[in-house]
Design a protein around this ligand. Sequence first.
Ligand code: RB5
Length: 151
Amino acid sequence: MKIAVASDHGGYELKEEIVKYLKEKGYDFIDFGCFSPESVDYPVMAAKACRAIQKGECDRGIICCGTGLGISMAANKFKGIRAAACSDYYSAKYTRLHNDANILSLGGRVLGPGLAIEMVEVFLNTEYLGGRHQRRVDMITAIENGEFPED
Ligand code: RB5
């Protein structure tokens, strides 16, 4: 599994902690930046991670901004991306089990590195359950493709 990592300036410090952790644990990842605390627009950084996943260069993504929200909103506009903005461990785990999320989005101004890294770890090591959840994930894809029927 290859991981795309990206952040804006608000998530930069947390992203650096995550990169250090991924390196230490021997994960295969690409760090798309940013590479300094200088201001950068979060949609630009979301695009880098999302395009790597769309092209099949990466399988999962970890993205960070100040809240984890703006960058996840931008990421979720890319086809095939299911980005979960999480601030707790349970959500980071269940968004893999139930939603087959391929991106975890974290807030550098919300989370400390200890919790964030536990969330990264569970996100990367939890398999999607499929089964009854697949129908709902397929509905998300149908919405994305403009194929969701009106009732
Ligand atoms: C940047 O100041 C901040 O708006 C951004 O990091 C993020 O929190 C947006 O949702």
